[in-house]
Write a protein of this length. Structure first.
Length: 227
């Protein structure tokens, strides 16, 4: 008795997963309120961002403020470009005059993948020369708004101490202090206590502390997320 022929076995169907892609949102400290929206292969995104910052036409490196891996990065990127079309600076460039938070809010609604902002920013910085990173950090500090005492955690009536450990002043408002019964700027008080800094443009917050921490450090910590 002949055995029934077994049906031919179909070769296993091999499915190739599409290469992971990343949509990114970039800012540049030399271009306030300008956002770049782009996409590339996930394996290339850090290198891409680093290369953009190395261009001789760009004074400082870019910051990656948001990045996420998505199944179809091109579709998500195009949706963002359409959404912010009125803010596009040049039709042939991916730069938009808008706030990064607005772009990020829409991107978070659109994407279904993994956020990789921290990893991408760290990798991009590793591929950027230290001198450029230092220049960017210095520029950010210079562009920061005037110190607001209430914003950084102080309250009206809090006592701050001068670097000599003797002179004190109390917080009077967002930008003023009380010293010897007079309300004035901290810079003016500092000049009275240390006249030699006149004309040097030295930031007075370097010379005052609150609970052992300098106002400069408090200001830096408050704005730390911007770097």
């Amino acid at each position: 008795m002949e055995e029934a022929n077994s049906p031919p076995v179909s070769p296993a169907v091999q499915t190739v997963s599409p290469e992971l892609q990343t949509v990114y949102v970039l800012t540049n400290p030399a271009m306030p309120d300008i956002v770049k929206i782009g996409m590339t292969k996930a394996s290339d995104v850090a290198q891409r961002i680093a290369e953009l910052g190395k261009s001789t036409s760009v004074p400082l490196p870019f910051d990656c403020v948001f990045a996420c891996n998505v199944p179809d990065a091109r579709k998500v990127e195009q949706a963002l470009h359409r959404a912010f079309a009125p803010d596009r600076i040049n039709p042939s460039r991916e730069f938009f005059k808008t706030k990064p938070d607005q772009v990020i809010a829409i991107l978070k609604l659109l994407h279904q993948g993994e956020e990789v902002t921290a990893q991408v920013e760290e990798q991009a910085e590793a591929q950027t020369d230290p001198e450029s990173l230092a220049s960017a950090a210095s520029h950010k500090r210079k562009m920061r708004p005037k110190i607001n005492y209430l914003e950084i955690g102080l309250q009206v009536g809090d006592t701050i101490t001068f670097k000599d450990g003797v002179a004190t002043a109390t917080i009077a408002g967002p930008h003023t202090v009380n010293y010897q019964g007079e309300e004035s700027s901290l810079q003016r008080v500092s000049l009275k206590l240390m006249p030699e800094i006149v004309g040097r443009g030295v930031a007075s917050k370097l010379y005052w502390t609150f609970n052992g921490k300098s106002l400069e450090d408090m200001h830096e910590e408050f704005h730390g997320d911007e770097e």
